[in-house]
Design a protein around this ligand. Structure first.
Ligand SMILES: [Zn+2]
Length: 438
């Protein structure tokens, strides 16, 4: 190991790292991060091997001593997710998760240090709570400042979460550019090659496209990433790269390879993108008579009844996996949902439903939500985007929710994003044909 001195150079004065507007205190960052990490630790498989954890925490804690903006106020805990997918993410307050696959894909310690420094950048620039600040409803701003239950609980009720499937983990391109800046700065200060971080991103994107989907969705590639980092490096000062020792890194990589392989993820069944799309919906509609609703649907579609749900879809619109799990790529899904919370209103009940859908659809995002009238009944209309079961494609979902006794009856109209417009007239006719049982 090389001894490193935390030298500060002139560069410290020249580089400014200014976090965006934030209504949370740094203590609240730690609090909300801690509460969410407790939950995440239960949801994700973790590597509990003491050697691996010690190595990652020693490296991480060394790196963050070079981080700007009061790094000592954060909790700094580094955990390893037992997944072969290449990913890493940070919760507010310094809770950083690195996938086993990322350690495996790094070619040297500097590259791994680059990923971890980038994540530390998200923490000290407080991107999570900055984004939450922008999404906060007014009554919660008051609530956050007052007392109540857990902060994470209050935020979750407002649809703001930092859990595994939360959209709050998806950073904007400008947040990514900032995390790159901080990450590069930390690498340089810690004596690593400051190019190592972007090198790693480039390598994994080329070499492992299948295992990096989540990473690049949580970390959208900033424009000019390489140019910006190169420009920053020239500002950092003379080259002071001293840390090229990979002994511990290589040892941990070898050790990881001896541990049992990561558990297999079930995942949703997929349709090959070369498969022919379904025939267009027939203009002739036929009637579906259900217990709590009726609606008209194209006569060339099929109907599949499940427990508390009905799927209507064109031939080839539903795909089944080997274990009987199904995913719908085209058509309409109708189901009943009973909210967990007491005295729910249609809006918060629908939000809870969407949060629960996100458990199995981590890429689900709300585009727009409005109130509407469904044949005289107050309803909520939500436009969603999600990954399509068709490999490499996104889908658009139009969800319409209406109260049905103690439950919420939802109609979801589904098509790949590129085909949604051509399905829209059919979906409209179906929506207008809906009749609810009294
Ligand atoms: Zn990032």
């Amino acid at each position: 190991m090389l001894a490193l001195s935390p030298l500060t150079t002139l560069a410290v004065e020249r580089l400014q790292f200014k976090p965006g507007f934030n209504l949370f205190s740094t203590q609240q960052d730690v609090q909300v991060g801690k509460e969410n990490s407790t939950q995440i630790d239960r949801q994700l498989p973790l590597v509990n091997d003491p050697d691996v954890l010690q190595y990652v925490n020693t490296l991480g804690k060394k790196l963050v001593t070079y981080a700007p903006n009061n790094h000592s106020e954060y909790a700094w805990q580094f955990k390893v997710v037992n997944s072969a997918d290449i990913n890493a993410f940070a919760l507010p307050g310094g809770y950083i998760y690195v996938n086993r696959g990322a350690i495996d894909a790094a070619e040297n310690e500097a590259q791994l240090a680059g990923v971890m420094s980038h994540e530390s950048g998200h923490v000290v620039m407080r991107h999570g709570t900055h984004m939450a600040t922008q999404a906060l409803p007014l009554e919660l701003i008051m609530g956050v400042m007052g007392e109540g239950q857990t902060l994470a609980g209050q935020l979750a009720r407002a649809g703001i979460g930092f859990g595994v499937n939360s959209i709050m983990l998806h950073n904007s391109r400008s947040a990514e550019a900032q995390a790159d800046e901080v990450g590069t700065y930390i690498l340089y200060q810690a004596g690593y090659d400051p190019h190592a971080m972007v090198q790693f991103f480039q390598i994994i994107e080329k070499k492992y496209p299948q295992r990096t989907l989540q990473f690049f969705s949580d970390h959208p590639n900033p424009e000019n990433r390489i140019k910006d980092v190169d420009a920053e490096i020239t500002k950092l000062g003379p080259s002071r790269e001293t840390n090229t020792d990979n002994t511990d890194f290589e040892r941990i990589k070898r050790h990881l390879a001896t541990l049992p392989p990561p558990p297999q993820q079930k995942g949703t069944p997929k349709i090959d993108s070369t498969q022919k799309p379904p025939p267009p919906p027939s203009a002739n509609l036929t009637r579906y008579d259900g217990k709590v609703f009726t609606l008209d649907y194209p006569e060339n579609w099929q109907v599949e009844r499940g427990e508390g749900s009905v799927a209507l879809f064109p031939p080839g619109g539903m795909v089944s996996g080997s274990e009987g799990e199904t995913a719908q790529a085209y058509g309409t899904a109708v189901s009943l949902y009973s909210p967990q919370q007491q005295n729910w209103g249609l809006v918060d009940g629908t939000q809870e439903l969407i949060a629960s859908m996100r458990q199995s659809n981590p890429q689900l995002q709300v585009v727009q939500q409005t109130g509407m009238n469904l044949r005289g009944n107050p309803a909520v209309s939500v436009l969603l985007q999600n990954d399509s079961p068709i490999v490499g494609q996104r889908e658009t979902d139009h969800l319409v929710a209406v109260r049905q006794g103690d439950s919420i009856l939802t109609f979801i109209f589904i098509a790949p994003a590129g085909a949604f417009e051509s399905y829209a007239p059919t979906f409209d006719r179906m929506l207008q044909s809906i009749q609810l049982a009294r």
